[in-house]
Design a protein. Structure first.
Length: 274
């Protein structure tokens, strides 16, 4: 007798246009692979709240920056929590899932993060720089980010922004995890071409760096992307910990790595549903 596979609502905005990335291709391919293990239906993020009750789990993937539909996303989160809906990633993330204030908190705690402050009285903790980066506390895809000269910092209105020095980093590198298991790493050799990625051979020190943030976030299930930059002195510094809907750049890895990732994600979803 055949068994009915678990039903998964796969949340994605196939029409969202992201600079340097094709969300639709990644989600079409990954959701198709997951059909080996699950009954999968795709839906737009604005439809997730109304549909999720008919499924065993909701997988939030390339759903676009939620700031474009913040009220609807908040309503989805609230209803999912009250109804006990299994959401992947679980709604307990402490990083980008709840905004970027964690960067200032980690910086204050001494983690290897780009120095970050969120209060005017803490500006003196930042290293001197000609230019500073001002980021919205709730943001994605560099929306609302500004570059500000040092003599304008005193004019900033704090409350919903973070400030960091502009670092002339050598390159950016991303480490991809399912649950707490490292899957692969990619980097952008040219800092001006963030999404032109190639495989990166992560050494023991690199993985120890990335796992420090995975451990801090303490998500038992889900996909996380640790974005870092290589500072001029060679140190890795956290740029962000994406734990909501990280783009996976699966087109930049080989077929074997894609299959290994998809199989590990399927196993993670099965664990969530047990």
């Amino acid at each position: 007798m055949s068994t009915v596979p678990p039903r998964v609502l796969y949340v994605t905005d196939l029409a969202y246009e992201a600079k340097g990335r094709r969300y639709c291709d990644e989600d079409i391919q990954l959701s198709s692979r997951l059909r080996r293990d699950f009954a999968v239906a795709l839906c737009h993020p604005l439809d997730a709240e109304g549909l999720m009750g008919s499924f065993d789990a909701v997988v939030v993937r390339n759903s676009g920056p939620v700031l474009h539909y913040q009220e609807r996303y908040d309503a989805f989160r609230d209803r999912a929590r009250k109804a006990g809906v299994r959401v992947y990633n679980p709604l307990t993330g402490r990083a980008d899932m709840v905004g970027k204030r964690y960067l200032a908190e980690l910086s204050t705690a001494g983690y290897p993060v780009i120095p970050t402050v969120d209060r005017a009285e803490d500006l003196g903790r930042l290293p001197r720089a000609d230019t500073y980066v001002v980021k919205p506390m709730v943001g994605a895809d560099s929306i609302g980010m500004e570059f500000v000269p040092g003599d304008r910092l005193a004019d900033l209105a704090f409350g919903d922004v973070l400030v960091q020095p502009l670092i002339p980093f050598r390159y950016e590198v991303s480490f991809y995890f399912v649950d707490r298991d490292f899957q692969y790493a990619l980097y952008a050799p040219d800092p001006a071409r963030r999404w032109e990625l190639v495989p990166y051979e992560a050494g023991a020190a690199d993985l120890a760096f990335a796992r420090r943030f995975i451990d801090w976030n303490a998500l038992e299930h889900g996909i996380q992307r640790v974005d870092a930059c290589r500072a001029p002195d060679g140190e890795l510094l956290l740029v962000e910990l994406e734990d909501l809907n990280p783009y996976l750049s699966l087109e930049s890895v080989d077929a074997r790595t894609r299959e290994t990732f998809a199989a590990r994600m399927a196993a993670s979803l099965h664990d969530l549903l047990r």
